[in-house]
Design a protein around this ligand. Structure first.
Ligand code: NAD
Ligand code: UDP
Length: 346
């Protein structure tokens, strides 16, 4: 791996090696050190792309990138996308995944979250425009807020609180969609917007704060499983490999696909059902503990994926039980390594 200074840009891309691989696509992945971004970087590298990962490491980490650093096709720029980016060399695809996605993480600095969604998307759109690159926006099911229509089709305009602790993310992502629309309209930029529904899998942070990682880590450690509110609220969980396939199909879709597309798994679970599944799979003795329901926590969520099926010939293939088993194996391994490290220090 080569590191690049954000002020100098990725100048050394213009090497003889690069010329030899001129048929190769170069993809820039903002948020590439995070959970989804690192899976996307890997998939793009496996396809033969050169990949530039741009990240401020707020919730991303180098451990997610270690496996990718062995080749010369991967580079990392430490940069906060709220500042404009200067990148030398050609870029064919810009993927904007930069933004903390876990409620406790994006609420730590809500003003920065809003800046990331709005200024960050604007800067990346400008970059794509300057480079003549395609643009992918990681939008979210949160644009539907606490939905009054169930399941949620893309035509639904949502029920979002503009003045609350989730607003920095929900309204930020809605503003980002508006910017995507306007750049596509005014500058003839190819823009693809995915509304991503709750996705989980290996490379989530153990302390990420989202429900799947919380429940699995709590179960593995024998800690109480934290049920927020009654636990009757629902989510529909998509395994990461299915989602990455959907993202790539959407990015490479033809010019007729101009509107946002829901990407998610339409099988819906209550949080109590999820907790039972995790406890059953791990054989944990953890008890359930009741905690306060966060403000504006959506009561139900399930994607209508008719558009993705029709336009992309895409639907998820991983059952929750199978995806959870892979994710549990990942976290068990993480905990074993952490325990070994701690006993070495002791
Ligand atoms: P994540 O928190 O693991 O990854 C986000 C990445 O963006 C991290 O590497 C973080 O350091 C980086 N980042 C944050 N702010 C930045 C900034 N200002 N400049 C540069 N880098 C910045 O989250 P994730 O689950 O991988 O989500 C990735 C994207 O997908 C996010 O945009 C999120 O809104 C969207 N999304 C995810 C889900 C999901 O269920 N995972 C659902 C809907 C939407
Ligand atoms: N949740 C929970 N326990 C936890 C974490 C989350 O019961 O330890 C609930 C949360 O209140 C929400 C659902 O699980 O109803 C999904 O939460 P998450 O933060 O994963 O995603 P989001 O709310 O953004 O969909």
């Amino acid at each position: 791996m080569r590191k690049y200074d954000e002020n100098r840009g990725a100048v050394s891309f213009e090497t003889a090696k690069r010329a030899k691989r001129s048929a190769r696509k170069t993809a820039l992945v903002a948020g590439g050190a995070g959970f989804l971004g690192s899976h996307l970087c890997k998939r793009l590298l496996d396809e033969g792309c050169s990949v530039v990962c741009v990240d401020n490491f707020q919730t991303g980490r180098t451990a997610n990138l270690v496996e990718l650093m062995t080749g010369t096709s991967f580079s990392v720029i430490r940069h906060d996308v709220i500042q404009p980016l200067k990148i030398d060399g050609s870029i064919d695809e810009v993927y904007n995944l930069a933004c903390a996605a876990s409620p406790p993480k994006y609420q730590q600095d809500p003003i920065h979250t809003m800046q990331t969604c709005v200024n960050g998307t604007l800067n990346l759109l400008e970059l794509a425009r300057a480079k003549g690159a395609r643009f992918f926006q990681a939008s979210t099911s949160e644009v539907y807020g606490d939905p009054m229509v169930h399941p949620q089709p893309e035509e639904y305009h949502g029920n979002v609180n503009p003045y609350g602790p989730r607003s920095c993310y929900d309204e930020g992502k809605r503003a980002a969609e508006a910017l995507c629309h306007d750049f596509a309209d005014r500058f003839d930029l190819t823009v693809k917007v995915a509304r991503i529904f709750n996705t989980y899998g290996p490379q989530m942070l153990a302390d990420d704060g989202r429900v799947v990682s919380n429940f699995i880590v709590q179960a593995l450690k024998g800690d109480p499983i934290t049920i927020y509110g009654s636990g009757d609220q629902t989510r529909s969980f998509c395994y990461v490999d299915d989602l990455i396939e959907g993202i790539l199909r959407l990015m490479r879709s033809d010019d007729r696909v101009t509107t946002p597309v829901n990407l998610g798994n339409p099988v819906e679970f209550t949080m109590l059902q999820l907790a039972e599944l995790v406890i059953g799979q791990t054989g944990s003795s953890s008890s359930l503990v009741s905690c306060a329901l966060p403000v504006d926590d959506p009561r139900q969520r399930r994607p209508d994926i008719s558009r993705a099926k029709e336009a992309l010939d895409w639907e998820p293939t991983t059952m929750l039980a199978d995806g959870l088993a892979k994710t549990t194996a990942y976290f068990a391994d993480q905990i074993t390594h952490e325990n070994a490290r701690l006993s070495e220090l002791a």
